[in-house]
Design a protein around this ligand. Structure first.
Ligand SMILES: Cc1ncc(COP(=O)(O)O)c(C=O)c1O
Length: 450
């Protein structure tokens, strides 16, 4: 906990002044926008960016964007992974433009479909694929499929996980270990305890107890938590997860939407995991909406056997534009030409430098914070050691401190991922981009602890 709240409040005020002085055109845009959108933003969560109004983007390329006030930014947020491929990557843009000029949505497959399913199978180790417009929808679809083939009602998630706007995943454990709604869960359709069981990350004992009850259709997990800070798995944790899911007949879904940052085949390839189903989204489309969910042949066959052709379009898994030609063209180009193994090697090197820069400032000023790297993504948190589970990570949260650090960075032309202290590298991120953060971060630490 940062103790000197008076100092923090004063620092915040002075950064607010810098922001206001430097962003008049964004202010004009925002004044217009508040007339017709709540908080002046097209999605309400955009109002959570630090500062009195959001920054409006003029254009972006690679790891940088320029705002309407003409300020150049190093983008370490990268659309919270939606632009992990970099902004407007040439190969993806060319393929998307070419498809767009030939038509984009037909309710029929194009030649890209089989090629993309092959690419996904090679990378993420399950052989049968379906497509969606978002990772959220991919998760929702797999949850339905898992209930369908197991005949079981509940889904198991990790405490403080995030899997998109999936009703079942908005659950947490209270201090007595009971399943309750996550703070801020908007208009929950039913009591989450009816649909969901929750286990702490790395807690094998509780995991076995929950699965043994025999009512869990699917365990939906990130292989490392990335949405409450980064929480890495203990050695052997995933072996236990796999073994217990198999033993108790639960479908194991690994959501790689963010952990794809670990390498070309995500953490599945890095840790040699064997899921029954896999979810990808965000970055794979090269900047346009695309999601994907893969299954083992056995699971996919069980799903298919349970469905009648006549009802296949109205069963609750679908989306008129899902699997559209544009998304598939984007995925094909992005996986084959942008997010290549060589690109990942570069991204991970930059991230190692970024992490070292943060660690150096933490060490120099003996700050009680830690930083964790997961391939091309890294995150610092306000606790001295890496968190072991979601609850520990959540307890280290300090909203005001985080808002200050984000605004401090923004005023120096650095965009951090909102909602937490995460930075992501894309193939175009340079050593100079990373150095800009290293310098600014040290300066922020000096302002708080110097
Ligand atoms: C692990 C994970 N899964 C799924 C999603 C949902 O992605 P989208 O909002 O693009 O549907 C997110 C979003 O942050 C995520 O972090």
């Amino acid at each position: 906990m940062y103790e000197d709240r008076g100092r923090l409040a004063a620092l915040w005020e002075s950064e607010l002044e810098v922001f206001r002085a430097g962003r008049p055109r964004s202010a004009e845009q925002w004044e217009r926008a508040v007339q017709h959108m709540p908080d002046g933003v097209p999605m309400l969560w955009m109002s959570k960016w630090p500062g009195p109004w959001p920054v409006y983007v003029e254009n972006a390329a690679g790891a940088h964007f320029t705002c309407v006030d003409g300020i150049d930014h190093v983008d370490l947020c990268l659309g919270d992974t939606g632009a992990m491929c970099g902004h407007a990557p040439r190969a993806s843009v060319q393929a998307i433009q070419a498809q767009l000029s030939r038509g984009s949505t037909f309710m029929l497959p194009t030649e890209d479909a089989a090629a993309v399913a092959e690419l996904m199978s090679e990378r993420f180790r399950v052989p049968v694929w379906q497509f969606s417009l978002s990772a959220t929808d991919a998760n929702r679809s797999l949850i339905r499929y898992a209930r369908q083939v197991t005949g079981r009602p509940r889904i198991l998630v990790h405490d403080y996980s995030y899997h998109g706007t999936v009703d079942e995943a908005y659950a947490t454990l209270d201090e007595h270990g009971a399943v309750v709604s996550r703070r801020g869960n908007i208009g929950a359709p039913v009591d989450v305890a009816q649909t969901t069981a929750v286990v702490q990350f790395n807690d094998v004992e509780s995991l076995e107890r929950i699965l043994a009850a025999g009512d869990i259709a699917a365990m939906l997990i990130e292989p490392a938590l990335t949405n409450i800070g980064i929480v890495m798995p203990d050695p052997g944790y995933h072996d236990a997860v796999r073994e217990l899911c198999t033993r108790y007949g639960t479908i194991l879904i690994i959501d790689e939407t963010h952990t794809f940052s670990a390498g070309p085949g995500g953490l599945i390839a890095e840790l040699d995991l064997r899921p029954d189903a896999v979810v990808l989204g965000k970055s794979i489309g090269g900047g346009i909406p695309a999601g994907a969910y893969g299954m083992t042949r056995e699971f996919a066959q069980a799903v298919r056997d349970s469905l009648h052709l006549e009802d296949i379009d109205v069963g609750g898994v679908g989306g008129t534009l899902a699997g559209n030609a544009l998304s598939l063209a984007g995925i094909r180009a992005t996986l084959s030409e942008v997010l290549t193994p060589e690109a990942f090697a570069h991204m991970i090197d930059r991230c190692t430098e970024w992490t070292a820069g943060v660690q150096a400032a933490i060490d120099e000023f003996d700050v009680p914070w830690q930083v964790t790297q997961l391939g091309a993504r890294a995150e610092y948190s306000f606790r001295p050691t890496a968190p072991h589970d979601g609850r520990e990570a959540a307890e280290a949260d300090d909203f005001e401190l985080q808002q200050y650090l984000h605004l401090h960075a923004l005023n120096r032309g650095l965009l951090m991922t909102p909602f937490h202290n995460m930075a992501l590298m894309c193939p175009a991120t340079s050593a100079a981009d990373v150095e800009r953060h290293t310098v600014a971060f040290r300066e922020a630490v000096v302002s708080l602890y110097g």
